[in-house]
Design a protein around this ligand. Structure first.
Ligand code: MRU
Length: 344
C-alpha cells in the first residue's frame, strides 16, 4: 500500500511527528530535537496508537541521549535512564512503549562509551521502527485470510498507519482485505471522547478507498443485533499472557454484544503488544485521562460548570469474548494461555 503520509519520521538528528490532534482538518507536523517535546506529543496524543507510541518513545530516547554531555559511561547511562523514565511516564497502558524502552535500554548497555552508545541507540530506534512496521504488514495479510467477501466489518478507535507508523493492525487487516478485492465495507465507531474513529479512521479508510459509514459508539449494538455486522475487529494496547486484552474504552461492550449475536470478534496486534509478565487483564494498568476531554468539545464546555466526569482511556475484554488474536507470528485461537505461550 502506498501511504502518502508518515506519522513518524527520523530526520537524522530530529524527529518529525504528524500532529494527529489536528487531523483531518489540518496536516501539521512537529519537528523537534527535544525529547521533552516528544514526551509531550505522546501524552497529548499528537502521536498515538500502541505501536506508534513505542516508535516515538524510542526516537525520544535517542534525542535525549544525543544531547547528554557526560564524563563517564556510567554517568551517561544514568542520564539516558532519566530520559527513558520521563518517556515511560507519559502513557501507562500501551505495552509497545515499554517494549521499545526495554530494547533501547538493552542496546545502550552494550556500548563501551557515550559515542558508541549514541550510535547504538540510533540504530536500535530505526530497527524498532522497521520491525514494527513489517510486523503490522505481516499480521494484516494473515488477518485478511479470515475476512470473507462482501463482509461488513465493525471497528473501533484508530488502528491504521497513523496508529502504527506501519501498515496498521485492525485497519491493516481491513485494508489488506480490500486490496484482495473482497469488497468489504466498514462501520467505524466515532470513539468518544476524542473521536479517533471519526477523525482518523474515516480519513484513513477514505484515502485507502474502502467504503466507510460512521456510527456513534452507542449504535454498534443495534447494527449487530439487526444482522448488519459480519465481524468486529479492533487493535490492542496490551494483551495479558492469558489473552485478556486492553484496548480503547468501548471495546469490551462491543465484544460482549458480538458474542451475544454470534458475530466473530477479532483482536489484531503485533506480538510486541503481548505482555507475558501480566497474567490476566485485571493487572493491566488503565490510563485515566483528564475530565476536560469528556466535558469539553473543541475547548467549549458542554455541561454546567462544576459537573464531574470520568475518563478511563481503555477497558479490558476478557479472553472468552475473543474469537482469535491475529499477530505477526500467527493467528492464536483459544485456549489463549497455551496458544500465546507457544507462539512467544
Ligand atoms: O488513546 P489512543 O488513541 O492511543 O488509543 C489507541 C487504541 O486504543 C488503539 O485501538 C490501539 O492502540 C490499537 S493498536 C494500533
Amino acid at each position: 500500500m502506498k501511504i502518502d503520509y508518515q506519522p513518524i519520521e527520523w530526520l537524522g538528528n530530529r524527529v518529525r511527528i504528524l500532529d494527529q490532534t489536528k487531523l483531518p482538518q489540518k496536516e501539521t507536523y512537529l519537528v523537534t530535537d527535544d525529547y521533552r517535546k516528544v514526551a509531550g506529543a505522546i501524552k497529548e496524543l499528537k502521536v498515538r496508537g500502541a505501536p506508534a507510541i513505542g516508535i516515538a518513545g524510542a526516537y525520544g530516547v535517542v534525542l535525549g541521549a544525543l544531547k547528554i554531555k557526560a564524563a563517564s559511561r556510567e554517568e551517561f547511562l544514568k542520564q539516558v535512564q532519566k530520559v527513558s523514565d520521563a518517556i515511560a511516564s507519559t502513557r501507562p497502558t500501551a505495552r509497545n512503549l515499554f517494549f521499545a524502552l526495554e530494547r533501547m535500554q538493552k542496546a545502550s548497555a552494550k556500548g563501551k562509551n557515550p559515542e558508541e552508545i549514541k550510535k547504538a541507540l540510533v540504530t536500535e530506534a530505526q530497527k524498532i521502527h522497521k520491525e514494527e512496521a513489517d510486523a503490522t504488514k505481516h499480521l494484516s495479510e494473515l488477518g485478511a485470510g479470515l475476512m470473507k467477501k462482501g463482509w461488513t466489518i465493525l471497528t473501533h478507535c484508530n488502528t491504521g498507519p497513523l496508529a502504527t507508523s506501519g501498515y496498521g493492525t485492525a485497519l491493516g487487516v481491513i485494508i489488506a482485505t480490500h486490496k484482495q478485492g473482497k469488497k468489504v465495507q466498514v462501520l467505524a465507531d466515532e470513539t468518544r471522547p476524542l473521536l479517533q474513529g471519526a477523525r482518523l479512521t474515516a480519513w484513513e479508510l477514505k484515502k485507502a478507498g474502502v467504503p466507510v459509514t460512521l456510527i456513534t459508539d452507542s449504535m454498534a449494538g443495534h447494527f449487530m443485533r439487526s444482522g448488519k455486522v459480519d465481524c468486529v475487529i479492533t487493535g490492542a494496547d496490551r494483551i495479558a499472557a492469558n489473552g485478556d486484552t486492553a484496548n480503547k474504552i468501548g471495546t469490551y461492550p462491543l465484544a460482549v454484544v458480538a458474542k451475544e449475536n454470534r458475530i466473530p470478534f477479532y483482536i489484531a496486534a503485533p506480538v510486541s503488544t503481548i505482555d507475558m509478565k501480566i497474567k490476566s487483564g485485571a493487572r493491566i494498568p488503565i490510563e485515566e485521562r483528564g475530565a476536560d476531554e469528556v466535558l469539553r468539545f473543541n475547548g467549549q464546555l458542554l455541561v454546567l460548570d462544576g459537573i464531574n466526569a470520568a475518563n478511563p482511556a481503555f477497558d479490558v475484554t476478557p479472553n472468552r469474548y475473543i474469537t482469535a488474536i491475529i499477530t505477526d507470528k500467527g493467528i492464536i485461537k483459544p485456549p489463549y494461555l497455551e496458544g500465546i505461550k507457544k507462539l512467544i
